[in-house]
Write a new protein. Sequence first.
Length: 263
Amino acid sequence: MNYNKLFDVKGKVVLVTGGSRGIGEMIATGFVAAGAKVYISSRSVEACEKVASELSLKGPGQCISIPADLAKLEEVHRLVAELSAKEDHLDVLVNNAGATWGETFSDYPDKAFDKIVTLNLKRVFSLTQACYELLKAKATTSNPSSVINIGSVDGIRAIQETYAYSASKAGLHQLTRHLAGRLGEEGILVNAIAPGPFQSKMMKATLDAFGDIIVSKVPVGRIGSAEDIAGTCIYLASRAGNYTNGALITVDGGVTIGNISKM
């Protein structure tokens, strides 16, 4: 075995949803830097095209924009139709697009559950289902394709009043296991990553207000970097991750464990 190619994703076709900012942009950047052909999608046409252009200039891989509002089922199917017109297969699907909603228990609105659970959970299933033919087109059990669902440590423990968000991410973790059991025999691996604190638009207000407190609760003493999340995705998408299926990998610096005081 050539161990120098264990983490090689050069030439792979990758789709990253929510790829124009935050964790999604970090993941897209990592795959492009590793030589992959990356499609990114987000609601903002301008942001999506801007990031795709910037990443393609950096190379050595390529980044292509296909904007879409994945909260809408018809947009899911349009995205996959456009992708299918360009590619005959898909090696890696990163389901990263998501939203959150914070509100007190007494005031938490019903519409929050509809919006958050639809985008964070239901549409992950919808998009994976729609990409099924592309994912299995060239996949084998020895050379599988990969679905990577971006969950959250909030789906493991609840510390904020983001009820729909934490519930949707916990559901996504279980959906990952369910899909892994069904699709693994067809050469489609399905895994989830539960990120802890990263610098993203979703986390910006929280980090601005409580950054020092949050970092103090992370055993490694920092928030996550682009290399941390991209590296984990590249592992799962490469030969190194070919026997990992149905896993939930926490990428949180140990925050779900917590600090243990020295004796």
